[in-house]
Design a protein around this ligand. Structure first.
Ligand code: ADP
Ligand code: K
Ligand code: MG
Length: 412
């Protein structure tokens, strides 16, 4: 009867549900055991990150060890040993030093308010650091060239994995800085993270570069860097992206000590120079709407070189920085570019990558150019000052100490 078939239906349904549950259980097991190891890996990483936020004795222990900062002049004059033992020594130095520096970065993440740490993009960067820490600290002692080769390959991979980190930090903090009452906290965290990251990358790149024979180079140090050539390279680059964006671009002139040549590390100035030039070019174009290319006032770069430091002045006639904005332009995320203006695949997708001669991102839009440049300049024992004539134009002065200068240098 009707009752019987109802019971039957209900039993069938129960069995069906049991079956579904069993399949689901099986599927979970399969995923866990053999399945998508990447998802699995990500989950594990996340768990590790969260654990490390609360429980951090091993990382703290390493962070408490002293960090040794390298003097570029010592690198420059230390020379190579024909048996390659300088390469092994370099690997052994990094093997000890990098975990300490990474552990300090992780400790710094933990000073952030929890609501910031929980931002998925910030968490992804935090995870990258924890992963780097375990890879670097678990690597065996480097006693021969075979191990050095493996170590160097790992360094190369880590450098690549961390390439978009600044973009991620920029977008992560943009999402969550509204929760942070103290503005200074963001500025301090980013200054510290970005400059320390620069140092770590320079150390790693230096070790990798020691394996190659490049004329005029000791590792990452270019022993006869012609500053004007570096300026010209990035001037072409900045003009090209302006041409692409606005259909016109001012001339960039270079004067002063244009034949100056001295030892220096190009990695940081390959970031700084294009940022300053892009700002000057953009201001020139945007403050002269409707002006044909041939009538745009030029951007002028003046080089001054002496036995203590070298100075770069970027002068533009781009209308200057209004009084009420002057205190804001060196803050992270402050920009007068409207994001909707940015074309292409997302605002943060094309930003800064500090590969040696890599593209330095779009014209503007992240508000990271000046603050990062200022933080780098100070890390390098120099400074960045802005002199603006509101209504006319701006002069930006970049002063950097020589690495073999009379008054000492910075340490990496
Ligand atoms: P972004 O270029 O992404 O906006 P920056 O930190 O490089 O970020 O610059 C911040 C802001 O400072 C710019 O949006 C612009 O308003 C102002 N600025 C920077 N350089 C100049 C300059 N040379 N002339 C006029 N304004 C400038
Ligand atoms: K800014
Ligand atoms: Mg800029």
């Amino acid at each position: 009867g009707e009752f019987g078939s109802n019971v039957l239906y209900s039993i069938q349904k129960q069995n069906h549900m049991k079956h579904v549950a069993r399949v689901a259980l099986l599927e979970t097991r399969t995923v866990a055991q053999f399945g998508d190891s990447r998802i699995n890996h990500q989950l594990k990483e996340r768990q590790r990150t969260i654990n490390s936020f609360f429980n951090h004795t091993s990382i703290d222990k390493v962070a408490a060890q002293p960090s040794v900062r390298l003097d570029p002049a010592t690198i420059l004059y230390s020379g190579k040993s024909p048996d390659g033992s300088h390469i092994l020594r370099s690997a052994q130095f990094l093997h000890k030093e990098l975990p300490v520096r990474i552990a300090n970065r992780i400790a710094c993440f933990r000073t952030l308010p929890f609501i910031v740490v929980c931002n998925p993009t910030i968490m992804a960067v935090h995870e990258l650091y924890i992963r780097a820490f375990s890879m670097l600290s678990e690597f065996p002692a480097i006693t021969d060239f075979k191990l050095d080769k493996q170590y160097s390959e790992m360094l190369r991979d880590l450098l690549d994995d961390h390439r978009d980190e600044v973009t991620k930090l920029a977008s992560g903090f943009q999402e969550c800085r509204k929760y942070i009452k103290e503005e200074k906290l963001v500025q301090q965290f980013l200054d510290q993270t970005l400059t320390s990251r620069l140092g770590i990358r320079m150390l790693a790149e230096h070790h990798l570069a020691l394996h190659q024979e490049q004329p005029n180079h000791v590792g990452i140090i270019n022993t006869a860097m012609k500053l004007k050539e570096v300026v010209d390279y990035w001037a072409d680059y900045s003009r090209q992206i302006a041409e692409h964006k606005y259909g016109k671009t001012p001339v960039i002139k270079c004067n002063g000590h244009i034949t100056a040549s001295f030892p220096y590390i190009q990695i940081p100035i390959d970031y700084i120079i294009p940022e300053l030039l892009k700002n000057a070019v953009r201001a020139t174009i945007e403050s002269h709407p409707g002006t044909p290319e041939s009538s745009l006032p030029p951007v002028t770069v003046t080089i001054a070189n002496n036995d203590v430091d070298f100075i770069l002045r970027v002068s533009d006639r781009g209308g200057g920085i209004p009084h009420h904005l002057l205190n804001h332009v060196t803050q992270y995320h402050f920009t007068t570019a409207s994001h909707s203006e940015e074309e292409g695949a997302g605002v943060f997708s094309t930003m800064i990558s500090e590969s040696n001669h890599g593209p330095s991102g779009p014209m503007h839009g992240f508000g990271f150019g000046l603050p990062t440049t200022q933080a780098y300049a100070e890390y390098l024992g120099g400074n960045l000052t802005i002199e603006t004539m509101q209504g006319i134009g701006t002069d930006v002065y970049l002063r950097l100490k020589h690495i073999d200068g009379k008054k000492g240098s910075f340490r990496i």
